[in-house]
Write a protein that binds this ligand. Structure first.
Ligand code: RFL
Ligand code: PHB
Length: 394
């Protein structure tokens, strides 16, 4: 039997960031992670950080390498077949920038901070389950290194991603799920080749494509593929040819192809579970919501959830005040729904959907036309892409 203040399920960005912010305020936690550390560090996912995310990481002393190595962008480009590409100047429209810095590096930075303070993180845990979520103390049972173990705690933070145990542990009837799947996924390739300088979203009759980056020598590209695509059908040569076919010639000529060092397919989904709390269990990050990656919002939402949750827990322990905890779900969900809407909007605008009528296709083209011609429309998109401010941030 172990005791702690907060049991954190999952050592992804949400879980490790929460344990770090709590530790810096003298609040003890134990993190339980199903996978090995190597496995967590090897996952290639997000790459674009909102200004608010950078601000949170800086405040907690986690941005030293990010500030050195992150590639700061003023905006992103949108291109579509037969038209000129255009730049959405996020900085000009709303004074914010965003930073290309890989999620795997954030994981490394979070682990380095955790190691420096001797954090309690158990890897390879199995069969995590909760006792009653209403009483005090809360209880988490699990297996670790073949032994049955139990933690007694004040609160449980469910930071265990979309496929974790936390959300499904909430008794039926206590969560309202909003779910939308899209009939395609993103095939992503990481390659040790110099990337294009900008982040470029392409809408093409062959499907969506995205050019992104991890460092000056590491590029990240994605193409839309139908749901159920087998990755074995996509050897590198086919990927590069398809990617280039979806960009205008002058950009395609600048794309440097090379062997893939990672290749994976991610399905696209919009999902929200409301509320993000049940009794002593608080959900954060992908455990509570999923966005399609088109708006680059998932990791940024995980960070804003953790900002709100850590602030609420700190107020509880420091001032014996549970007001922020009571409001955690409503506060976090306001930002979640705005980002859900932006991600849904960009997904709809930039992808080719099977069964789109000619009329609907024209409407989309004119939506893009409007975006190209109207500074107001560009300012609105810039504001959404940059992300909303955090409530209560000073
Ligand atoms: P994670 O990262 O999934 O971590 C959850 C952790 O919980 C562990 N776990 C368990 N542990 C114990 N017991 C169990 N039963 C457990 N079940 C699971 C898992 O092993 C894991 O370590 O969730 P978290 O921390 O909430 O972080 C969320 C982000 O990872 C996610 O939102 C982003 O990666 C989404 N995303 C992007 N977000 C952005 O903000 N900007 C982007 O540019 C961006 N690009 C992307 C993305 C996600 C992608 N994929 C693969 C879905 C691009 C892609 C392709
Ligand atoms: C990425 O670099 O992985 C990336 C960039 C922008 C997105 C999604 C993913 O919208």
């Amino acid at each position: 039997m172990m005791q702690t203040r907060v049991a954190i399920i999952g050592a992804g960005p949400s879980g490790l960031l929460l344990s770090e912010i709590l530790a810096q305020q003298g609040i003890e936690s134990i993190v339980l992670e199903r996978e090995t550390r190597q496995h967590v560090l090897a996952r290639i996912r997000a790459g674009v950080l909102e200004q608010t995310t950078v601000d949170v990481l800086r405040r907690w002393g986690l941005a030293r390498r990010l500030d050195e190595q992150g590639h700061v962008h003023d905006g992103m480009k949108i291109v579509w077949a037969g038209r000129n590409s255009f730049f959405i100047d996020v900085h000009r429209h709303c004074g914010k920038r965003f930073t290309a810095y890989g999620q795997s590096r954030i994981q490394e930075d979070l682990y380095a901070a955790a190691d420096a303070r001797g954090a309690a993180i158990l890897h390879g845990v199995r069969n995590v389950r909760f006792g009653s979520l209403q009483g005090t103390p809360a209880r988490v049972a699990f297996e670790h290194e073949g032994q049955a173990r139990e933690i007694e705690c004040d609160f449980i933070a469910g930071c265990d991603g979309f496929h974790g145990v936390s959300r499904p542990s909430i008794p039926a009837g206590n969560v309202h799920v909003f779910d939308k799947t899209y009939p395609f996924g993103w095939l992503g390739v990481l390659s040790e080749t110099p990337p294009l300088h900008e982040i470029i979203y392409a809408n093409h009759p062959r499907g969506f494509a995205l050019a992104s980056q991890r460092s000056p020598s590491l590029s990240r590209y994605y193409i839309q593929v139908p749901m159920g695509t087998d990755i074995a059908e996509w050897p590198d040569e086919r990927f590069w040819a398809e990617l280039k076919a979806r960009f205008p010639q002058e950009l395609a000529e600048r794309i440097v192809a090379g062997p893939s060092i990672e290749k994976s397919i991610a399905p696209l989904r919009s999902f929200v579970a409301e509320p993000m709390r049940h009794g002593r269990l608080f959900l954060a990050g992908d455990a509570a919501h999923i966005v399609p990656p088109t708006g680059a919002k998932g990791l940024n939402l995980a960070v804003s959830d953790i900002y709100y949750l850590s602030r609420a827990l700190a107020a509880f322990y420091r001032d014996d005040d549970d007001t922020l905890l009571e409001h955690y779900s409503d506060t976090a969900l306001r930002r979640v729904w705005h980002s859900e809407r932006t991600s849904w909007y960009l997904t709809r605008l930039l992808h080719r959907f099977p069964d789109t009528s000619d009329f609907d296709q024209r409407m989309k083209e004119y939506e893009l036309e409007y975006l190209l011609s109207s500074p107001h429309a560009q300012a609105a998109l810039a504001e959404q892409y940059a992300g909303l401010p955090l409530e209560g941030w000073q």
